[in-house]
Ligand binder design. Structure first.
Ligand code: HEM
Ligand SMILES: *[C@@H]1O[C@H](CO)[C@@H](O)[C@H](O)[C@H]1NC(C)=O
Length: 515
């Protein structure tokens, strides 16, 4: 015994420590975080040990869909508040606990902020400790990697300083001819279809629109030459498909390590994309003129790269930018076509403006700037259908937001613009209606707390691609409006779907006439 003890004792101690840590990690840590929030008056549903509130969410969802199976009346899509239908647990807890509350998904403790004043405070909080949640890099690894979208602190700061200036207004002006070319390709293919069908065609617009945003951005990223043959953007689409919704938040934190069919598909695509991007980066050096990939190559040579190799820095940032730039403006454009199809009076007003400003010529930067009605319409589209789901942060250290709220280290913060954007207390009683007129005097004229209008996010991490996104939308709508009129097709089914992005589940079908 005397001899064995020294061997057994450390084993026993470390075993005891492991158990204690597991108990702390799974239960106590969350309890402490919740207690700290509750002390400030922020309450929420009681979580269970391993899953947090995941089973509550499932229960609320299944009850909601059993009680009133949403009858999607395609003539009145907006009569349906997609926030209550898509994420009923959030509206139920808002009723129960107020606009700001806390809940847990698996081990992740979440502070949900739906209060406009607090969102305003968050918007002006510059603390670098408001970083991105760690689950994004872990769970979304193959899809997003460690680029601008998912990193924090010094690594993020270097990426932001490298990338954001390439998307400033004056740089975006130089991208106009690229975007116009892609827009003309879209218009030409619709013209052909409409012509062969005798002047009117029923077209599912989604893929055309996504091809427009993909080809615009692939030319911005890789320079003006055809990269379609490399199939890069199609591989991105497959990878998006394969990655599904975050498994950490389903209470399956280790799922991402298993060689399931889906995961193997993700790993395969990740590798293929890695080599294609590096190859394109090498080729682009021989090209004339400046493309964004060259900026990334320069950025990989100095500055804080964190644990990434220079190659990873290039690949991950390139990948994130392409995925965002391909999907988010595209989704906005698709919802916008749906809304304009439903509101012929606004379609006519926008068309009249386009025809007046352009007078049959192609739009340039100055003409785009004169399209005030189109701008109001785009703002209204982004209000009702903000494509990016949640603006998320993690408190990497204790963070004070404004005077009122102290967020303890480890807590995730979620802001859901779709809910803020439909809040009658902020927008008035017609909050659910499509009414671009509300933006006639800008955002402050439309919303009681202008910072609560957040289609491009909040604070220092707002979208750096806003100018490009807005320009793409203006170009696409103005080219389409000048050539076609359109209405909703009877084949359209209004079913908004939400995983990471808010999208029309079955796409958008339009009846398109040549003018
Ligand atoms: C209509 C078009 C767009 C919308 C509605 C949009 C929306 C957003 C939103 C909501 C965020 C999150 C901000 C936050 O967490 O506070 C974001 C971030 C980002 N967007 Fe966009 N975006 C658009 C277009 C683009 C384009 C065209 C690009 C690329 C050229 C882009 C690149 C990015 C990047 C890199 C981030 C991460 C920024 C960071 O964390 O520092 N976006 N965007
Ligand atoms: C979109 O682009 C892909 C790849 O270039 C092409 O195969 C597909 O036919 C295009 N789809 C449409 C609807 O234009």
């Amino acid at each position: 015994m005397d001899i064995a003890l020294p061997h057994v004792f450390p084993i026993f101690v470390s075993f005891f420590c492991m158990i204690m840590y597991a108990v702390y990690d799974l239960s106590l840590k969350a309890k402490i975080l919740r207690a700290k929030l509750r002390k400030q008056g922020i309450d929420g549903p009681a979580p269970s040990l391993l899953l947090g509130n995941i089973s509550d969410i499932q229960e609320i969802k299944s009850k909601a869909s059993a009680e009133d199976t949403p009858t999607y009346n395609f003539l009145e899509p907006l009569s349906l508040d997609c926030c209550t239908i898509l994420l009923p647990h959030l509206s139920q807890w808002t009723k129960q606990f107020g606009k700001t509350f806390s809940f847990a998904m698996g081990k992740v403790q979440i502070l949900y902020i739906g209060d406009g004043e607090l969102v305003k405070e968050m918007n002006s909080c510059k603390s670098p400790d408001l970083g991105k949640p760690s689950f994004l890099q872990k769970d979304r690894g193959p899809l997003l990697g460690k680029g601008l979208l998912t990193t924090s602190k010094e690594v993020w700061a270097h990426q932001r300083k490298t990338i954001a200036p390439t998307l400033y207004v004056n740089k975006v002006k130089d991208m106009l001819s690229i975007v116009l070319d892609s827009g003309n390709t879209l218009v030409e293919s619709w013209e052909k279809m409409v012509e062969t069908e005798g002047g009117i065609a029923d077209i599912k617009v989604d893929e055309y629109v996504k091809n427009f945003t993909s080809s615009s951005f692939s030319n911005v990223m890789f320079g003006r030459y055809d990269v379609a043959h490399k199939g890069l953007f199609l591989k991105f689409r497959d990878l998006m498909e394969a990655s599904g919704s975050p498994t950490v938040l389903d209470g399956r934190p280790f799922y991402r390590f298993f060689p399931t069919k889906r995961n193997r598909e993700q790993w395969r695509l990740e590798k293929e994309i890695y080599w294609i991007i590096l190859e394109l980066a090498k080729e682009s050096r021989m090209e004339e003129g400046e493309s964004m990939i060259q900026t990334l190559v320069e950025g990989s040579k100095h500055g804080e790269l964190g644990p990434s190799t220079p190659q990873q820095f290039i690949v991950d940032n390139c990948k994130e930018l392409c995925i965002v730039a391909m999907d988010v403006p595209g989704i906005t454009a698709i919802w916008g076509l749906m809304l304009l199809a439903m509101h012929p009076e606004w379609q006519s007003r926008a068309r009249a403006e386009v025809l007046e400003v352009c007078g049959g010529q192609t739009p340039d930067a100055e003409k785009l700037g004169k399209m005030k009605i189109l701008k109001m319409i785009i703002q209204e589209i982004l209000r009702l259908y903000p494509g990016v789901g949640f603006t998320v942060r993690e408190a990497l250290a204790d963070v004070q937001i404004g005077k009122k709220v102290f967020v303890p280290k480890g807590v995730n913060i979620w802001v859901w613009p779709a809910a803020l954007h439909r809040d009658p207390q902020l927008w008035g009683p017609d909050a659910l209606n499509f009414n671009p007129e509300r933006f006639a005097n800008g955002i402050p004229g439309a919303c009681k707390i202008p910072q609560a209008y957040a289609p491009f996010g909040l604070g220092p991490r707002t979208c750096p691609g806003m100018n490009l996104g807005m320009m793409e939308l203006k170009v696409m709508f103005s080219l389409i409006l000048a050539k076609f009129s359109f209405s909703l097709s009877p084949n359209y089914r209004h079913v908004p779907k939400f995983d990471v992005l808010l999208q029309p589940k079955y796409g958008v079908n339009l009846i398109i006439h040549k003018l």
